[in-house]
Design a protein around this ligand. Structure first.
Ligand code: ZN
Length: 299
């Protein structure tokens, strides 16, 4: 009997009760989870940081501890995502900014750092691009890229280092092309990331984390097809809009939803241009959707 070895690592994927764990040296270990996790109804997830004994039984190891998760997504089922690249195209398809704002809100709720990425920069004039950018860049990290002439990627690439990243956004905005442009040797099939499941249909596909380079790890399916897993009250929506959140403490009522209430600091900030009016209008649209009970985004 060898001495028990304990290693820390990150689960990249789980298939049929086996988990594939990346250690600090870049090696992959095949492990099972200790029986007590099942009793405690804890399912190891891709993204989990775990402690494991790499060679306890029959050639495979055993996960003995799962670190507390900083976040957990339901679809795809992954844990500990560090950043989400919320991607849109400046044109073709036309950006769905209500969707973008919902994704930004979801990232905030899930405690994931959002990055706004605007692709297809070659299709728009500078004026159009600046107009789109300025709705976000006072409060969010915005990167403008163009897969066509490979511009703008160095800065975006730097954000992936040492992190688990996930993409989100409409289909056909170029999510997988962006990834393939940043990481040249990366052979993710174009289209995998933008594959769309039928509306409302449950996908049984398991998420997998892909180690690319520089400790950059990417989730192989787009994140946030779900708002239904977030239980949020209407006055909390503004908390997750960084621009609205900055001013809302100045509102007279703590339950202010910045609609018709008197002495609303958010509405004042919209009036004097500190909050982009279009963002505010989309916020109201999202509040209205929530009020009407359509809490679910299933796009
Ligand atoms: Zn208010």
């Amino acid at each position: 009997m060898g001495e028990e070895r304990i290693i820390e690592g990150k689960i990249l994927k789980g298939i049929g009760g086996f988990y594939y764990i990346l250690d600090d040296h870049g090696e992959i270990h095949e492990c099972k989870a200790a029986g007590r996790f099942r009793k405690e109804k804890i399912k190891p997830l891709p993204g989990d940081t775990v402690v494991f004994d790499p060679e306890s039984v029959d050639g495979y190891g055993f996960i003995t501890h799962i670190d507390k998760r900083r976040n957990e997504l339901k679809r795809p089922q992954v844990a500990n995502v560090d950043q989400v690249i919320i991607t849109m195209a400046v044109k073709n398809p036309k950006p769905d900014l209500v969707l973008i704002d919902k994704l930004l809100m979801m990232a905030s709720i899930a405690n994931i750092h959002p990055i706004v990425c605007i692709n297809k920069a070659d299709l728009a004039s500078k004026v159009e691009m600046d107009d789109l950018k300025k709705q976000y860049d006072s409060y969010y990290d915005v990167y403008i890229v163009c897969c066509e002439n490979e511009s703008g990627f160095d800065e975006l690439k730097a954000t992936f280092k040492g992190k688990i990243s996930c993409f989100a956004g409409q289909s056909a905005v170029g999510k997988s092309s962006i990834l393939n442009t940043i990481f040249k040797d990366f052979d993710l099939e174009v289209g995998t990331l933008s594959k769309k499941t039928a509306r409302g249909k449950h996908t049984t596909r398991h998420a997998e984390l892909i180690l690319i380079e520089d400790n950059a790890i990417v989730v192989d399916t787009p994140g946030f097809s779900m708002l239904e897993s977030f239980d949020i009250e209407i006055p909390e929506i503004g908390v997750h809009f960084l621009d609205i959140n900055k001013f809302r403490r100045g509102c007279k009522f703590s339950s202010c939803i910045h609609l018709n209430e008197p002495e609303c600091a958010v509405k004042e900030a919209v009036e004097d241009g500190q909050i982009d009016r279009r963002r505010y209008e989309r916020y109201l649209k999202i509040v209205k959707e929530f009020k009407e009970g359509r809490k679910k985004y299933d796009g």
